[in-house]
Design a protein around this ligand. Structure first.
Ligand SMILES: NC(=O)C1=CN([C@@H]2O[C@H](COP(=O)(O)OP(=O)(O)OC[C@H]3O[C@@H](n4cnc5c(N)ncnc54)[C@H](O)[C@@H]3O)[C@@H](O)[C@H]2O)C=CC1
Ligand SMILES: O=C(CO)COP(=O)(O)O
Length: 332
């Protein structure tokens, strides 16, 4: 069984190494010459992992036609690039390919979840199903083989099981599930909460405040996710509370880091001027604002993040906006 990973960034490389560790037939496609040759020649991906030595069995290419003949294609590019990438690989795919999504967020214009974008962009006969491989998993820790558990979620459960078998090993354990809506919405929304968590740390708030953020943030995720048909219990699992904890508390999280900078500087200006990293929660905050407003879903924490990012609201005014809201709204 052959797997092609599209994207030689941090997550594509780390997941490629899991498969190389499992002695699977795997290759990474990257558009970036430096990342590809670093993997092939030095067994490093220095841009993301500094000195970490990669499994030498992991190789990379800049030739997209490598996708031809793959049984599994894993898309490890940011959400904004998923539709375009699907259209590019479509011509090469063989019938019945399992396409694995690892991106966390929404299509920037249509607001669709990633599985829906992939199903819309790849020809029906070429796709067995989409499997979302998501959960609490910083690439920086997977690449050094820290014990990690994530979910393989698919509407076609036998495909989720195939992905589970492909990736599972002594440090990487995969659970399966079929609540695609609840899982993908949880994994997307936790990025907005991680920005909020970074902001509150940057402002100097401590553990009580973070516990409040995580707990109330989870309530918002459940409210939003169940409105669109996700199951409440999914949010108690790896793609909900699990991913929420890891990104709201970790120095590895780019969403947390983005929030931290904004909180410390008490302004969003420098972030907008200088950021070059993949910070999915920034776009997600905009989409959640749009969708929640239209559907009258109460999302107070997400709304403050949106106001800071897009309406120049001062971060140090947000605590009062949240803490002094009408108490009658708080029925649980
Ligand atoms: N890094 C992590 O720990 C985890 C990341 N994810 C998700 O994985 C997705 C990918 O993120 P990362 O690998 O972390 O990002 P990254 O920024 O480390 O790497 C992204 C890669 O995609 C490539 N790329 C960017 N735009 C492209 C385009 N238009 N066409 C083709 N290639 C393009 C870049 O050259 C780079 O190789 C995100 O949605 C993220 O939320 C999920 C779990 C863990
Ligand atoms: O999704 C992630 C860990 O589960 C990665 O988080 P960041 O995108 O914030 O770095």
């Amino acid at each position: 069984m052959r797997t092609v990973i599209i994207g030689s960034g941090s997550w594509g490389t780390a997941l490629g190494q899991v498969l190389a560790d499992n002695q699977q037939d795997v290759i990474v496609y990257g558009r970036n010459e430096a990342e590809v040759s670093d993997i092939n020649e030095n067994h490093h991906n220095t841009k993301y992992f500094k000195e970490t030595e990669l499994n030498p069995l992991l190789t990379a290419t800049r030739d997209l036609s490598v996708v031809a003949g793959a049984d599994f294609v894993l898309l490890a590019v940011p959400t904004i690039a998923i539709e375009d990438m699907c259209k590019k690989i479509n011509e090469y795919l063989k019938p019945n390919t399992i396409v694995i999504n690892v991106s966390k967020g929404f299509h920037p214009e249509t607001n669709e979840r990633m599985s829906d974008v992939i199903r819309r962009s790849i020809s029906l006969e070429k796709l067995s199903s989409v499997v979302s491989l998501i959960g609490p998993s910083h690439a920086e820790e997977v690449v050094i083989r820290q014990l990690t558990t994530i979910d393989a979620i698919s509407l076609k459960i036998e495909d989720a099981r195939k992905v589970q078998t492909l990736f599972s090993n002594r440090y990487f354990r995969i659970y399966t599930g079929s609540d695609e809506i609840g899982s993908e919405l949880g994994a997307a929304l936790k990025n907005v909460m991680a920005i909020a968590s970074g902001i509150l740390s940057g402002l100097g708030y401590q553990d009580n405040t973070r516990a409040a953020l995580i707990t109330r943030g989870l309530q918002e995720m459940v409210r939003y996710g169940t409105f669109f048909g996700g199951q409440e219990r999914t949010f108690m699992g790896l793609t909900g509370i699990g991913d929420l904890i890891v990104t709201c508390t970790s120095k590895h999280s780019r969403n947390f880091e983005c929030g931290y900078q904004i909180g410390q500087e008490n302004t969003v200006e420098n972030f907008w001027a200088n950021n070059t990293k993949t910070v999915e929660g920034v776009r997600t905050a905009k989409i959640v604002h749009r969708v929640a407003e239209k559907n009258h879903i109460s999302m107070p924490i997400c709304e403050e993040v949106y106001q800071i990012l897009y309406n120049h609201k001062k971060p140090d005014t947000c605590a009062d906006s949240l803490m002094l809201r009408d108490l009658k709204e708080e029925f649980r």
